[in-house]
Design a protein around this ligand. Sequence first.
Ligand SMILES: C[S@@+](CC[C@H](N)C(=O)[O-])C[C@H]1O[C@@H](n2cnc3c(N)ncnc32)[C@H](O)[C@@H]1O
Length: 554
Amino acid sequence: MQSVQEFGDNPVEVRETGHYTEEYIPSFVEKWDSLIDWGKRAESEGTFFIDLLRKRGVKSVLDVATGTGFHSVGLLAAGFETVSADGSADMLAMAFENGMARGGHIMRVVQADWRWLNRDVHGEYDAIVCLGNSFTHLFSERDRRKALAEFYAMLKHDGILVLDQRNYDAILDDGYTSKHRYYYCGEDVTVEPEYVDEGLCRMRYEFPDESIYHLNMFPLRKDYTRRLMAEVGFQRIDTYGDFQHTYRGEQPDFFVHVAEKEYRIEDEEDTQYSGAVGTARSYYNSSDADTFYSTVWGGEDIHIGLYERPGEPIADASRRTVERMAGKLDLTAESVVVDLGSGFGGSARHLAEAYGCRVFALNLSEVENRRHRELNAARGLSDRIEVVDGSFEDIPFADGKADVVWSQDAFLHSGNRVRVLEEAARVLKPGGRLIFTDPMAADGCDPAVLQPILDRIHLDDMGSPGFYTEALARLGFTPADPADGGFEELREHLVTHYARVLEETEHQESNGLARKVSHDYLIQMKKGLRHWVDGGQDRQLTWGIFQFVRDGNS
Ligand SMILES: C[S@@+](CC[C@H](N)C(=O)[O-])C[C@H]1O[C@@H](n2cnc3c(N)ncnc32)[C@H](O)[C@@H]1O
């Protein structure tokens, strides 16, 4: 049996797909398995993979990178029907022993190379898992494509591939020069890139007895892996940050890709909403946005808060905005309020609870609306609040229905704000009130500053205080309070708010949010939040409360 790794005279020239079987020599594998205590590893990964598979109703799993069996044994213990494959017979032998020793599992093991997986493994699976940075062992693009195609073929029509990889972007872009060391489970094993170029990352593993091993791997860039998955036919790919940071930096050490095979006809056919409205709907319906807003804001509100103290909880400040707006109105139990773009319904619940109003909550995102209805039911408010799926560009309510039309931070998503105001005027009773907030461009703002913000939210333009006041005047509205001309400007709260959201995002990211929301989403969100803060500070953006009265004569 081989006892020394063979890399020849020039180790950095070893760039072959099949070489990994020689790199994983038994002494290295045994050392790894005994040092990386399974309990500690299980603790660090938590129930991330199990939860993910259960949430998607997975029953049968093919583990294509079984190694010494860590994930297969976890899957069997969690009750999944599991088949365990690996290209190395030595690994499978150890995995089988581990399965017996840790829970008496009789593992179904198959020695198979990914490039011809379908030849040796049979059946169709709900999920394929390829974990422990295994895909990195493939050195040619042809092999990577073939392996992914083989995985794709072995999945059921709605199956998923879960594949993780080291964050090679960080190593390629700056990790090697900083000679970053990764520590596993305390100080026991240190891993560092010894050599790196776009075609090779040679990792050095050092154990406490000073023995040293190496692995030659292909440095997969995250977006490259995603692209290959899409090109072999996967329809949707979500990429998550680390389940556990082995060091505390900005960047996760690992990425986890979840690639879905299912072809969803509605993705293409959903033409009911187009342009900005379609974009807003897909955004707020996405699991990333749903998870992000419900976690960071606290599940009730998604709007700018009014802050009285630095570092105040976002939920408290957000609630203050609702109270301030409601305080401007003469609401009673007889009042009928239409909330346009009602999100999770925090404002609707406040109005129904505090004033007994009847609220019609119109919102585009069916995902948010589902959550909204559940929250109303839990608070016994379903009879006071009706949650309606729809767009405020085409409000599905009769003329003159509402005493108050209310909206918070939603009109920015419209591609036709004049139309939204016309619709608001139509559903208001004569003499009714329109009250709303919206993040806006300041009048006369520099288009170059605005552009990156518009790009991020996929909009062509934004409203401004001047735009809204002029458009409302044209539609026969008059300011509720002539002293402020219908607009109470509160720009400073926009700055405080987005800075608080950024702070909270970063805090929660290192406390589990990165496991639930995709890496790309978080990167884009943080970038966007910085734009809002800078734009507000530079007085290019603004925010505040508008209150207007609809003409009483028509
Ligand atoms: C920033 S959130 C505000 C949610 C809620 N008003 C609050 O304050 O918590 C923006 C909301 O606007 C909704 N929205 C965007 N475009 C819409 C449209 N055309 N019609 C109805 N709702 C829309 C989204 O679904 C999302 O819930």
